[in-house]
Design a protein around this ligand. Structure first.
Ligand SMILES: [Zn+2]
Length: 318
């Protein structure tokens, strides 16, 4: 067993968050706007972002929290850059060595004056300044409620940029049928991008299977609803589809009753490739080290199983 595994297991035994933070890990499901270091944002802007306490009963409550805590304070290039910086700082503080983040396609015009190089450089600049040791996997992001025509138009400048690693789809899960995105995903595949989408957070096991099948996904963000169907779990396992899971987000959004009942246990034991990630650190108080500790303290997975998942996240998928 390597020294990192020893340290990780020891840190879990001691419930020592600071020691856990020193162990290498990946964060493959992180929305950078809400992924930043709270203390860094407060120091730079004076804005104190307070995590949500309790359980939300609708997405409206999440939007309300966003309005109260972020409002329009961060809606310009300078503040966008600050949120990227804050996310890199958060990753470094949390021992995250592989970080997958990216801008929403509409953000190119909204924040970067339509200049794709400026967008890419913003992320690279943050990495250079705050996290040279972090492997940054740059992602192209799309919101599911946007029209396909708009997405295709916004995607144009992204396609031939080699800096991008993956493409992801998020937002309201049932905003429109998954089949609508097929041509975009075919093109993304032809460009060599890793294919990801948020599915099976609010939807069903069948939604997960359909999205993987239709879009030819490599990875699913969430996908926890797969636990409702043995057949879908076998499908994910047999096709080596990775689920990038975010336990505290699932609890706060009322998708899972509490940490001790989190389906990651059954998904992992079914042989599915799973990873543990933060989703939105600022709202859910869910940094990656805390996620491991919460699953351990709630008896969901053993220290060795959690270490196996940690190492799995650090492996390349190719
Ligand atoms: Zn997410």
């Amino acid at each position: 067993m390597d020294v990192n595994s020893n340290n990780f297991i020891q840190a879990l035994h001691n419930r020592d968050l600071e020691a856990l933070r020193k162990v290498t890990k990946a964060d493959l499901h992180n929305h950078f706007v809400l992924g930043g270091c709270r203390a860094f944002i407060k120091e730079k802007t004076g804005v104190d972002i307070i995590p949500y306490k309790g359980v939300m009963h609708s997405m409206e409550e999440m939007h309300k929290w966003n309005d109260q805590n972020l409002g329009d304070k961060f809606n310009n290039l300078e503040m966008r850059q600050l949120l990227i910086d804050a996310t890199i700082v958060q990753a470094v503080n949390d021992g995250v060595k592989i970080l997958e983040i990216g801008e929403d396609v509409w953000g190119l015009d909204a924040y970067f004056h339509g200049n794709i190089q400026k967008l890419i450089d913003s992320f690279k600049q943050s990495q250079k300044e705050y996290g040279k040791e972090v492997e940054l996997r740059l992602q192209i992001g799309m919101s599911r409620h946007c029209s396909i025509n708009s997405l295709e138009k916004w995607l144009e400048p992204f396609w031939d940029e080699k800096a991008f690693y993956s493409i992801d789809l998020y937002g309201v899960e049932h905003a429109q049928g998954i089949g609508n995105f097929k041509s975009i995903y075919r093109k993304a595949k032809s460009k060599g991008l890793k294919l990801k989408a948020h599915v099976g957070e609010w939807g069903t096991a069948e939604d997960v299977r359909e999205a993987v099948d239709v879009l030819e996904l490599d990875e699913v963000q969430h996908g926890i609803a797969a636990v409702e169907s043995k057949e879908v779990m076998h499908y994910l396992r047999d096709n080596k589809i990775r689920l990038n899971i975010t336990p505290t987000s699932n609890v706060i959004l009322g998708r899972v009753k509490n940490h001790s009942l989190h389906p990651i246990k059954e998904l992992y034991h079914s042989g599915i490739d799973v990873t543990i990630n933060s989703d939105d650190v600022l709202i859910f108080d869910s940094d990656v080290s805390k996620e491991y500790l919460r699953l351990y303290e709630n008896g969901v997975l053993s220290e060795h199983e959690l270490d196996d998942i940690r190492l799995n996240g650090l492996k390349n998928l190719d």
